[in-house]
Design a protein around this ligand. Structure first.
Ligand code: NDP
Ligand code: 2IT
Length: 444
């Protein structure tokens, strides 16, 4: 049996109850097969793949918090410190009722390769809780964040592990988490990113994932003789990534006609009004029915449906496995020419395969959404030198990183005779860097 198949079988056996983690590992190991086959003896000798698929450690803890009526609730908190071969663990925190160890292991594993692609010195990690911020008051969110950090502070630090936001964790939550760390440790350090601009945050971090996705898309389209101007795009999600992806797509001349949240979706034939969307989601924290109320020309539909709208390009920006084989078939039938992932692993393995086989340009989240964590690393740099860079400076660095990633994954795919297979390119380029660092540092 080949080394890849051996390790895949072990991973399946040991992690049978973590389907998202199995999916992420399968995608990566399948696409680095050619590199592993060429270096089998060298990698086997140091059990490189076995070490790559096992997190350095997983911390699990109880998070008790008190609601506004004085009732006490208990949530589960986690931090998965996956791999720090190329820098301190780095990756977001997710607060969502679906969170369990398998989701955070998949996200931490993806983060290892994504962070390698940014070219910046950051390892991979992820954390979070099954806490649901929907419908909670600010005071309840604050008490939860304080309780969460009261345990997490023991394991993080500016040179050790630097969390940030993800689903359900934005500027408000990062502020409360930072405040509690500062209070407990009596130190003021850049141990979290996505901070407010008055206390060490970086300009453009809020916009970075969405803007970065579009810079990446621009470059991939350029490599393939296409561009966004006058194209029609569909976007899913209505959170941090989706909002700034829509904003930048419009700035680049595309018309974005959809967005979605966890209960329904919007079709706005005149193009999404970003100011209205920000007011509904960032200020009021309301449902998309409020968007419809403010835009009578738009349609609101319950459930899932953005992939049924005819488009040139699709940008999934909500959550994992939100675009399946049936959706991929509809996109292809409607003439979609490219799918660029803003979320982490939003496309199932079957859908990815179908899109690639039908000539649709496809880039995986670990490449196309890396702008968020890259700008987090720029925030870490600014914190270390105790300076703040201008928005223009950060945006220029973000752009150059995202163009660079597109070129790197394109080159890596070509080097191994898989031109245009950006999934293979991203996994190979990320893996090569991490593998070299792990081998150089000895067995641990
Ligand atoms: P947010 O919490 O800001 O937004 C998530 C959006 O997706 C919301 O509109 C949410 O609906 C919607 N949604 C629909 N279905 C689900 C579901 N089943 N689970 C969770 N959300 C759902 O998160 P982000 O925009 O930050 O993250 C979106 C994706 O991008 C995630 O995959 C995340 O891992 C990834 N990502 C985020 C980065 C960042 O910097 N924030 C960086 C790189 C990747 P509702 O409004 O009803 O809550
Ligand atoms: O998935 C991701 O890359 C993020 N949620 C951002 C992580 C970060 O540390 O900025």
């Amino acid at each position: 049996m080949s080394y890849v198949d051996e390790v895949l079988a072990q991973v399946q056996q040991k992690n049978a109850h973590e389907p998202e983690f199995l999916q992420a590992v399968t995608e990566v190991l399948e696409s680095i097969r050619v590199v592993v086959d060429a270096n089998e003896e060298k990698y086997r000798k140091v059990a490189l793949l076995e070490r790559l698929v096992e997190p350095d450690r997983i911390i699990t803890f109880r998070v008790p918090w008190t609601d506004d009526n004085g009732n006490v609730h208990v949530q589960r908190g986690y931090r998965v410190q996956f791999n720090n071969a190329i820098g301190p663990y780095k990756g977001g925190l997710r607060f969502h009722p679906s969170v369990y160890q398998g989701i955070l292991k998949f996200l931490g594993f993806e983060q290892v390769f994504k962070n390698a692609l940014t070219t910046l010195p950051i390892g991979g990690g992820k954390g979070g809780s099954d806490f649901d911020p929907h419908g909670k008051s600010d005071a309840e969110v604050m008490r939860f964040c304080q309780a969460f950090m009261t345990e997490l502070y023991k394991y993080v630090g500016a040179d050790r592990d630097v969390p940030a936001g993800d689903i359900g964790v934005g500027g408000r939550e990062v502020g409360y988490l930072f405040g509690q760390y500062k209070r407990i440790t009596d130190s003021y350090e850049g141990m979290l990113t996505g901070k407010g601009l008055t206390f060490g945050g970086s300009l453009i971090r809020t916009q970075a994932t969405g803007y970065g996705l579009l810079y990446h898309t621009e470059e991939i389209l350029k490599l393939n003789g296409q561009n966004l101007k006058d194209s029609v795009c569909v976007v899913s999600g209505a959170g941090n990534v989706a909002i700034y992806a829509i904003e930048k797509a419009q700035q680049l001349g595309a018309k974005v006609v959809t967005c979605s949240d966890s209960t329904g979706w919007i079709y706005d034939p005149d193009g999404i009004d970003v100011a209205v969307l920000k007011d509904v989601k960032e200020v009021k924290r309301a449902r998309l029915t409020e968007y419809k109320a403010a835009r009578p020309g738009a349609e609101y539909h319950e459930g899932k449906g953005v992939w049924t709208v005819k488009c040139d390009y699709a940008l999934p920006c909500a959550t994992q496995n939100e675009l399946d084989l049936e959706d991929a078939k509809v996109l292809v039938a409607n003439g979609c020419k490219g799918v660029f992932e803003g979320a982490n692993m939003p496309t199932t393995l079957e859908a990815t395969k179908y899109l690639q086989e039908n000539g649709v340009l496809f880039t995986p989240g670990k490449a196309s959404n890396a702008g968020g964590v890259a700008t987090s690393a720029l925030e870490m740099s600014q914190n270390s030198e105790r300076l703040s860079w201008s928005a223009e400076e950060v945006d220029a660095k973000l752009k150059s990183i995202m163009y660079g990633i597109a070129d790197t994954i394109s080159d890596a795919a070509e080097r191994y005779g898989m031109k245009g297979n950006y999934v293979a390119g991203a996994n190979i380029a990320g893996f090569e860097k991490v593998a070299e660092a792990m081998i150089a540092q000895g067995v641990y």
